[in-house]
Design a protein around this ligand. Sequence first.
Ligand SMILES: CC(C)(COP(=O)(O)OP(=O)(O)OC[C@H]1O[C@@H](n2cnc3c(N)ncnc32)[C@H](O)[C@@H]1OP(=O)(O)O)[C@@H](O)C(=O)NCCC(=O)NCCS
Length: 312
Amino acid sequence: MKKENKIKKNLIIENPKENAGAAISKSKSYAQPKHTPAKSIKEPELERKYQFITTISDDRGEEIKYLGIPLSKLIEDKNGIGDIIGLLWLKRKLPKYASNFVELVIEAVADHGPCVSGAHNAIVAARAGKDLVSSVASGLLTIGPRFGGAIDEAGHYFKWGKDSGLSPEGFVNEMMKKRMLIPGIGHKVKNVNNPDKRVVLLINYARKNFQKTEYLDYVLKIEKITTSKKENLILNIDGCIGVLLVDMLKSIELTEEEISERLNAGLLNAFFVLGRTIGIIGHVIDQKLLKSNLYRVPYDDVLYRLPGQEIP
Ligand SMILES: CC(C)(COP(=O)(O)OP(=O)(O)OC[C@H]1O[C@@H](n2cnc3c(N)ncnc32)[C@H](O)[C@@H]1OP(=O)(O)O)[C@@H](O)C(=O)NCCC(=O)NCCS
């Protein structure tokens, strides 16, 4: 295969959103997976009168209400964080299997050690003496298409592939034609022989508790094709969360329009952002307690490749 025919990861990594839109708009035969204009809920007169419109919470009475339910009632009824996320992010009282799934996702992504981009950045910032908020923000800002932020794109593309009636082979070919890496596929260190336990855990939960896992089933067929090409091209944690969240949104009976609006709003990545914030805060506090000093990359870790210098 000629080099230029190979999939070039830079193509999506430079600007995934722009690339996604551009790539899809060239394809006449398939529905656009995202950027579909949301039906406007704006009412011009109300908008003129009020600066803000909110549809999720109300703090004007004696106590805060989430989607109309007083906090004390939510606590009394033993609602957990998954239930609160359901109310504030999805505007739904989630069934128990779904709120448990949300909590499982948050637990599964809460931390992945100090070496990954988010924790690493936060640790470096904390060791440079920055405060908690700044250090956490510097870690969160690494979330993107290569690290933790492929959930959105994975959900969009897998949903688009299935909804467009593309076979798993057709989907892989279509992505190759677009010269795009498949979001949610591939791992730096895990592979078919060394699977990501988190992915196994989430899949097992969904198989046991969701009524249907039609998008997951579709993606597992895609994974069979990609891993036959290279063993590290497995369904990764981002892809798994993305596709299972689509299955979950379907199962709680959001309409197509409601799902598409939420996907366009970036909802899927939010689960990683929230979950990983827990771990990043942990790393920052840890460094503060350790009184770690300023970090500097050791010279040995850098290849100085300047003109006129030989590579050692
Ligand atoms: C996760 C990721 C960065 C790992 O990359 P990597 O280990 O450096 O993989 P490589 O860059 O060595 O790629 C190896 C080969 O597989 C191909 N490949 C890698 N990921 C691919 C994907 N998602 N879809 C299709 N092909 C892929 C590469 O084009 C390369 O092909 P080549 O050998 O013909 O050039 C990469 O797979 C990726 O960007 N995936 C999509 C984004 C994503 O899901 N990120 C979240 C990760 S949790």
